[in-house]
Design a binder for this molecule. Sequence first.
Ligand SMILES: NC(=O)C1=CN([C@@H]2O[C@H](COP(=O)(O)OP(=O)(O)OC[C@H]3O[C@@H](n4cnc5c(N)ncnc54)[C@H](OP(=O)(O)O)[C@@H]3O)[C@@H](O)[C@H]2O)C=CC1
Ligand SMILES: O=C(O)[C@@H]1CCC=N1
Length: 263
Amino acid sequence: MKIGFIGAGHMAQAMMAGLVAAQFNRPSDILVHSAHKAHYQPFAKAHQYTAVASNQALVTQSDVVILAATANVSLEIITSLQKVLEEKTPLLISVAGGVTLSDLADAADNADLSIMRAMPNVNVAINQGMTALVANEVTPEADSAKAQAIFTALGKTQFLAEKDFTTFAAIAGSAPAYAYLFIDALSRAGVKHGLSKVDATKIAAQTVLGSAANLLVTEENPWNLIDQVSSPGGTTVAGLLAMEEAGLMTAVVKGIDATIERE
Ligand SMILES: NC(=O)C1=CN([C@@H]2O[C@H](COP(=O)(O)OP(=O)(O)OC[C@H]3O[C@@H](n4cnc5c(N)ncnc54)[C@H](OP(=O)(O)O)[C@@H]3O)[C@@H](O)[C@H]2O)C=CC1
Ligand SMILES: O=C(O)[C@@H]1CCC=N1
């Protein structure tokens, strides 16, 4: 299956890396075009992907087109592809944050086009992504299944009502950044108390990884696991209360609210 990427930025690169790591397709079956020739050509060459000279040519040559360009140029890109999308109708999957299925169909001026939205996160690069999917009404089941297969190769997937995409984008699309912030905060606290940054970051990252895995395996409510760590009269409860006094949970919810408002 030839998968064409419009855009070669962070998100596109993460998806391409994950697809190759999963051996989902050959590097040469990954096609790429982006705004700057000086970027996408050497990038494609370095990874043995296929550089394509225009977005139009990319649509013509691909079975699936993933729109992964800067969100605010996504609709003008689709508008520029109207003619070629009439002649060749690949499955179009947009990862653009805040750009709806109906915006995309309007930009294509084509109500019969299979269009899906995906909201992945950067962890697709190591096949540990969390991706939401939704298809427009004219997308055949086989196309939905194709999109699901692509993103399942990149991690976990969930079909979600489009109205919930903004919330998902905040707690899954953007949230790796917030998780890294928490890990860095743990690590800096370790440095404050004498650990090296390298050691402290490894220790914090493995602890967050193990805690997340434990939650997923046990399917416990997080509070039950918090209680298991908090020995009576012990250190953890003292730390939890100090974090709450500083407003950790409120800070996180405010951050997610701001993420949602921005979209
Ligand atoms: N980063 C993330 O974690 C996530 C991002 N997204 C979505 O992914 C999309 C890309 O984000 P991100 O990768 O972070 O952004 P980047 O800034 O890293 O990449 C943007 C890419 O868009 C390309 N581009 C701009 N204009 C055009 C054009 N006319 N034709 C083709 N390509 C073009 C740029 O080309 P060039 O490199 O040549 O300048 C660049 O490769 C956004 O819509 C965002 O909402 C969704 C989920 C998570
Ligand atoms: O920051 C952004 O706008 C994109 C959308 C989700 C993650 N990154």
